[in-house]
Ligand binder design. Structure first.
Ligand SMILES: Nc1nc2c(ncn2[C@@H]2O[C@H](COP(=O)(O)OP(=O)(O)OP(=O)(O)O)[C@@H](O)[C@H]2O)c(=O)[nH]1
Ligand SMILES: [Mg+2]
Length: 257
């Protein structure tokens, strides 16, 4: 459910980047962070354990225009893809308004993609999220490499609903904003319905507001080119409970501004 603050007139739409380890989820967030002027985004925050190695999630809040008199923020979060971090993936997924499934297009990683998607299905079930209904976009990433899984195969195996899909080279920014735009087109009408009782419409321009705003945002970013390393804030946590507290705190901190 989107987080709506009627006092500060802000709405937070939570978008989760999900997918197997090393598929490029964090790369998406880094690229967006680097491209957007700091007026349009918060910090890129990264949670890690005492060992300095184990990442739980990344969070990047960005501003994206208005719905009525409400300011819209997208909370972009990426889960850790490695099999070991199932509990973190589950926590991050809680309350998601939309999901971008970042798949790794390399043929040897087909099973890893399928397993990750199965995990997503399982975790959605546990959070009462209906994977057949929640806004979902597929990003088929690493299209710059050789020996690629054909898009048709991906769609047949992962995407029978024929949700929007984007071919991407996230490391160069290709498809990164397009994926964000697709998910905003799906999530914004749901928020409008919640706020104003408007039924999502079928016309192609039903959710142009956010799509246009995202294009504007991109215009306000830096020149095209490769994303730099970007800076990150690192937060130490010790337990699963602490992760969930931190998640709540971080999600609200930016929205309440
Ligand atoms: N060739 C190529 N490499 C990419 C692309 N996108 C990301 N990478 C590289 O893949 C590696 C992993 O990227 P990350 O963004 O850290 O992957 P992740 O999905 O966040 O990984 P986990 O946090 O372990 O789940 C990095 O070395 C990236 O530079 C791409 O489109 N093409
Ligand atoms: Mg990552």
């Amino acid at each position: 459910m989107p987080f709506i603050n009627y006092v500060t007139k802000t709405i937070a739409i939570k978008i989760v980047y999900y997918g197997p380890g090393l598929s490029g989820k964090t790369t998406n967030l880094r690229y967006i962070f680097y491209k957007l002027d700091s007026a349009y985004r918060g910090e890129l925050v990264c949670l890690e354990t005492d060992t300095d190695r184990t990442y739980f999630f990344d969070l990047l809040p960005i501003r994206a225009g208005m719905i009525g008199e409400f300011k819209v923020h997208f909370q972009l979060m990426s889960v850790p893809g490695q099999v070991f971090y199932e509990a973190s993936r589950k926590s991050v997924l809680r309350g998601a308004d939309g999901i971008i499934f970042v798949a790794d297009s390399q043929i040897p990683l087909l099973d890893a993609n399928l397993e990750s998607f199965d995990g997503l299905r399982r975790n959605c079930l546990q959070h009462d999220i209906d994977l057949m209904k929640i806004p979902l976009v597929f990003q088929y990433n690493k299209r710059d490499l050789n020996y690629l899984i054909p898009v048709e195969t991906f769609n047949n195996l992962l995407n029978p609903r024929r949700c929007p899909w984007v071919e991407a080279v996230a490391v160069n920014g290709v498809g990164v904003f397009e994926s964000l735009r697709e998910i905003s087109k799906l999530t914004v009408p749901v928020v409008r319905e919640k706020l104003f009782g408007e039924k999502p419409r079928q016309e192609p321009d039903a959710s142009q507001l956010s799509a246009r705003d995202l294009d504007d945002l991109r215009g306000k970013g830096r020149e095209e080119g490769e994303a730099g390393p970007g800076q990150m804030t690192k937060v130490k946590v010790k337990s699963q409970g602490a992760i969930e507290d931190e998640l709540d705190k971080l999600s609200k901190a930016y929205v309440d501004k």
